[in-house]
Design a protein around this ligand. Structure first.
Ligand code: IMP
Length: 183
């Protein structure tokens, strides 16, 4: 039903144009910082896929990528704190300059788990880029090197972010109406 997804949005936070502008800036900044080192983009699926696709095309340097699957949230909107690996990397990261590509950091528990896991594999370096940061939700201290946008403590969807696996295909980022998820 056309328009049905859009009807579930309380407020649009970032338009497709604002997202493209900011992601291009991030890509340029990362490209400059790596200064000859080749980044290996370890992307947390599935939410980070649109961000990865735009970010990597904003980085005009040699790079490689791989995908890591972790499960944190179920159908709810708050982190359980339980994280498990659902898909491992294809390639070794030993000696590589890993750039973790994340969609959103809320409690930080998912990323803390991912960073612990990756550091055991002897990469040359590990940095983190997140499209969105929700600092109000943080339950653990984690280093974040690059942030697209900092957002208030609301449940957001679109540009890869889901609720119950839906809304990932929205081209903008919006706040989901509370009556949709009964929060
Ligand atoms: P954390 O472990 O609490 O930092 O949560 C990280 C993961 O939870 C993200 O990678 C998302 O998959 C999900 N998440 C956190 N906040 C939101 C949100 O506002 N909308 C959609 N997914 C979210």
């Amino acid at each position: 039903m056309p328009g049905a997804m859009h009807d579930d949005i309380e407020q649009v936070l970032f338009t497709p144009e604002q997202i493209q502008t900011r992601v291009k800036e991030l890509g340029r900044q990362i490209m400059q910082d790596y200064d000859g080192r080749e980044p290996h983009l370890v992307t947390i699926v599935k939410g980070s896929i649109p961000f990865l696709a735009d970010l990597m095309r904003a980085m005009e340097i040699p790079l490689s990528l791989d995908l890591l699957g972790v499960a944190s949230y179920g159908a709810g909107t708050t982190s359980s704190g339980e994280v498990r690996l659902t898909k491992d990397l294809d390639d070794s990261i030993e000696g590589r300059h890993v750039l973790v590509v994340e969609d959103i950091i809320d409690t930080g528990l998912t990323l803390a788990y991912v960073l612990r896991n990756l550091r055991q594999r002897a990469p040359a370096s590990v940095r983190v880029v997140t499209f969105l940061d929700k600092p109000a939700g943080r339950a653990t201290t984690i280093p974040v090197d690059y942030i697209g946008f900092t957002i208030p403590d609301a449940f957001v969807i679109g540009y890869g972010l889901d609720w119950n696996q839906r809304y990932r295909n929205l081209p903008y980022v919006g706040i989901l109406k509370r009556d949709v998820y009964g929060g």
